[in-house]
Design a protein around this ligand. Structure first.
Ligand SMILES: [Zn+2]
Length: 583
């Protein structure tokens, strides 16, 4: 048996959920004993998974990655801030200070911490031998300061949940709130699947002058604006019972207290939007200041985009009904935005998660909508894209739009899958090019006939052997060792390629990329093969032209059907694309 040298002290802490004071025994270890192991000997313990070093830092109100002056027992932080920066910060955060003092207080603290210069030190001091570039060093210090984690721990990217936990723990400790166990934090709820975002069915077809408006970082904004936090969902106060989560009426949200998670995420969002992001683009600043702002803004974005995911998935941050409330407010906001737009006589043609597509709105109508949403929903929207022309298929989550400058946004379409050959990509992009500057129906009809010609030409070029082998080549990685596949009855094309290479005495391993051409079927060791490694192709006559044409038309159809251009023989009598090209 081992004798453990313990110090026991009674401390007062605040309960996150009730706000009441709790009396607890605080155990301090005077020798190096495994804290987790020791905690198992008590019927219940808190905060045992927080490292001794972190605990020390939190209790002394210190932040990793900051500079301090140490004189005897006195440790004072170095917090240099120029009057210009401070004034400019106060100006940007004036409204927030008025309406949201807790959020403001945290933002200001982090703003000052992250405005300090980064010491130019060798990483050897942290036991890291590698040389790293300045940007990475800056980024490590900013991460350490925001998440209050030791600098060396930021060296190899952490999982984002580790950052968020650290941010939460550090904040709770600074407010003398007892960090709940993971079970307490999820209020005993089992983790379950959660209803996701709202999608409005797209109005299939071609639309001119489409403006896409987006909610700015939607989930973090909802968490902030609607006070969504572990302890604010079903807070238990009588007077909060009326503040129901939209269409999720078994849950309500506290109207009396600001939620901790809401303050944290809201503050980090404000810092990114109103300070670091604009500074990262401010040419009036020194290169060094811009880099600091850029790495901080990037890190904040990473935290923000994960702020919803962690509350549904990560033990120690999760609470299912908080996740449900976030998506419920998300669906509510998009639905309200859609309705508000319609009531005003605008024409929404598609909506997904955080974005709304409006057909042919005037600038003043868009301005009105953004202002109204801000007023009614307390959420910011901004213009994400303006398309001269936008094509929506029947299925959601796939579309393309041509911007005023002629560039195209292409989302979720099979034509541009990375492993289809360059030939298909080039043909698709040549078609899209014909839609540049198209602004109305007449121009569109003219473009349609040009697109037909582009496709006809692509096919006749293929038939006449004018397409280079390089452009016809498929490049596909193999996910398994091809030697294990040899005995299989039907072999996928990449493995057909691998086996031919193996028989030439080449080494082919898992994850290698196969380069092959589709050829007319042939017998290979009494199996039917349909591809050859590019280097083994002997004659252009081996190429399976029909197969390439079929692949091209399948890829193009998804995009062009809603435009009323179809290349399939079912839809146009018995005309195949080959017949089509003879017109
Ligand atoms: Zn309440």
């Amino acid at each position: 048996m081992r004798v453990v040298d313990l110090g026991v002290e009674v401390v007062e802490k605040i309960d996150l959920f009730t706000g009441k004071r709790l009396k607890l025994s605080k155990i301090e270890l005077n020798d190096s004993f495994d804290v987790l192991d020791l905690s198992k000997r008590f019927s219940k313990s808190w905060e045992s998974d927080i490292s001794v070093v972190s605990s020390y830092m939190y209790d002394k109100n210190l932040v990793f990655g900051s500079q301090y002056n140490i004189k005897g027992d006195k440790i004072t932080p170095v917090l240099d801030i120029s009057d210009i920066d401070l004034e400019s910060f106060e100006k940007n955060f004036f409204e927030i200070k008025k309406n949201n003092p807790e959020k403001y207080e945290l933002s200001k603290r982090l703003f000052i911490l992250c405005s300090q210069s980064v010491p130019e030190i060798s990483l050897k001091r942290f036991g890291l031998a590698e040389n790293i570039e300045l940007k990475k060093l800056h980024s490590m210090f900013m991460q350490a300061r925001i998440a209050n984690m030791p600098v060396p721990k930021t060296f190899r990217g952490r999982r984002v949940s580790v950052w968020i936990k650290s941010i939460l723990h550090s904040y709770l400790r600074s407010k003398n709130i007892l960090i709940p166990t993971s079970e307490e934090l999820r209020r005993g709820e089992e983790t379950h699947s959660i209803k996701g975002a709202l999608t409005f069915a797209p109005e299939s077809g071609v639309h001119f002058n489409v403006v896409v408006v987006d909610f700015d970082s939607m989930y973090p904004s909802l968490i902030d604006s609607y006070n969504l936090s572990h302890e604010t969902i079903d807070c238990g106060d009588k007077q909060c019972e009326g503040n129901k989560v939209p269409r999720l009426t078994q849950h309500c949200v506290c109207t009396k207290r600001r939620g901790v998670y809401s303050i944290l995420i809201g503050s980090l969002k404000d810092l990114r939007v109103y300070w670091f992001k604009p500074r990262s683009k401010n040419k009036g600043l020194s290169e060094n200041e811009r880099v600091l702002a850029e790495v901080t803004s990037k890190f904040l974005k990473l935290i923000l985009v994960s702020s919803y995911g962690v509350v549904i998935r990560i033990e120690g941050i999760s609470r299912s009904s908080l996740g449900e409330a976030i998506t419920a407010y998300g669906r509510y906001s998009l639905r309200r935005a859609y309705e508000i737009a319609k009531e005003k006589g605008l024409h929404p043609i598609y909506g997904d998660t955080d974005s709304l597509f409006l057909e042919n709105p005037s600038n003043s109508e868009v301005d009105w909508l953004v202002k109204t949403i801000k007023h009614k929903l307390k959420l910011d929207m901004s213009i994400e894209a303006r398309y001269n022309l936008c094509v929506l298929p029947k299925a959601a989550k796939a579309y393309f739009g041509i911007k005023k400058d002629g560039s195209a946004d292409i989302k979720g379409l099979t034509a541009i899958k990375s492993n289809s050959p360059v030939y298909v990509h080039k043909t698709f992009h040549s078609c899209i090019d014909e839609l540049k500057n198209v602004e109305d129906k007449a121009e569109f009809d003219a473009a349609k006939s040009r697109i037909r010609k582009v496709v006809s030409k692509a096919i006749s070029d293929l038939q006449q052997g004018k397409i280079s082998l390089e452009d016809l080549e498929y490049k596909v990685a193999i996910h398994e060792d091809p030697k294990k596949k040899i005995k299989g009855v039907a072999l996928h094309q990449p493995y057909q390629c691998a086996i031919q290479l193996l028989n030439l005495g080449r080494t082919v391993k898992r994850w290698d990329i196969m380069h092959f051409i589709k050829v007319k079927p042939f017998n290979y060791n009494s199996k039917r093969f349909t591809v050859k490694p590019t280097e083994l192709l002997k004659s252009i006559h081996e190429i399976n032209i029909e197969d390439y044409v079929r692949n091209l038309t399948t890829a193009l159809n998804q995009t062009f059907k809603p435009m009323d251009i179809s290349f399939s023989d079912q839809e146009q009598g018995k005309r195949t694309l080959l017949d089509f090209s003879k017109n």
